[in-house]
Design a protein around this ligand. Structure first.
Ligand code: CDP
Length: 255
């Protein structure tokens, strides 16, 4: 594990040179896996994640089928080589928790009622971790679901926000996540309905609302990149500009 830095902010900049409201660079590749129904590889700073979607497909064992809707199953897994200290392979409390909250982040947007008795399976494999892997996994899964043609009310876009050296900052990297004062992962729809909100650490109510606004602006930026990736793959003639993305989000916003 890395050492706790003495300070997280030096001359108004974070340890990796970012400003308080700046995301790490994001790179998206759609459909890298030809055996999945939909897939997405996503790099976010030094995180590398792969998402694969299968389905809707018949759910086995049959007693787990739901007669009125599809059952969504989400499996988040960190590869043993994804962190400094090798992780024991297999499920652990953390991966079970992340799989559960990630699944719940999608349940409000996926039209599961269209596919009774089936399963929609989402797999997220973290190949390299550097904080924010659950949000990276959700962003990749959102695109993999779209790539699989699963009908959804909206993409889901996620990013974390937190507090270091008393400042609210967007998109924590590893040192900020591990040693900072708070870590708040958020996921939301394009209409800014929040589908995931967790909090580790302490924030005052005022700090919390400031953090939430910053997280929303981060999610909007992520949404722009997700949309651009889909348009580039599926509709090359259509050009995305920021006004389009903003009108998708339900109007202008000037925070
Ligand atoms: O990755 P995320 O921020 O969603 O989850 P976390 O539980 O807050 O973990 C933060 C970071 O700690 C991970 O992204 C990894 O870089 C690191 N970590 C680790 O090194 N070993 C673990 N067993 C779990 C997390």
């Amino acid at each position: 594990m890395s050492e706790r830095p003495e300070r997280f902010i030096i001359d108004g900049k974070r340890l990796d040179g970012r400003s308080f409201d700046e995301l790490r660079p994001i790179k998206i590749e759609l459909s890298p896996l030809d055996r999945a129904d939909g897939s997405c590889y996503l790099e976010w700073g030094r995180n590398k994640v792969m998402a694969a979607v299968y389905g809707p497909r018949e759910l086995h064992p049959r007693h787990r089928q739901n007669m009125t809707r599809a059952v969504m199953q989400f499996r988040y897994n960190m590869a043993s080589f994804s962190v400094d200290d090798r992780i024991r392979p297999g499920h652990n409390r953390r991966s079970i928790e992340i799989s559960k909250v990630s699944r719940e982040a999608f349940e409000p947007v996926v039209f599961t009622k269209f596919f009774p008795k089936t399963a929609i399976d989402v797999f997220v494999e973290v190949l390299r971790a550097d904080a924010g892997t659950r949000t990276a996994g959700i962003n990749a899964a959102s695109l993999a679901l779209a790539d699989a043609g699963i009908p959804m009310r909206s993409l889901v876009s996620a990013c974390a926000v937190g507090k270091v050296d008393g400042e609210i900052v967007l998109d924590l990297m590893k040192e900020e996540d591990n040693y900072g004062e708070a870590d708040v992962p958020v996921a939301m729809t394009v209409g800014e309905e929040i589908t995931l909100l967790q909090m580790d650490g302490h924030l005052t109510p005022k700090e919390f609302y400031k953090a939430l606004e910053l997280a929303k602006s981060g999610c909007r930026q992520v949404y722009g990149l997700q949309r651009q990736a889909l348009v580039e793959k599926y509709n090359k003639d259509y050009s995305v500009d920021e006004d389009d993305a903003r009108s998708d989000a339900g109007g202008d916003s000037d925070e």
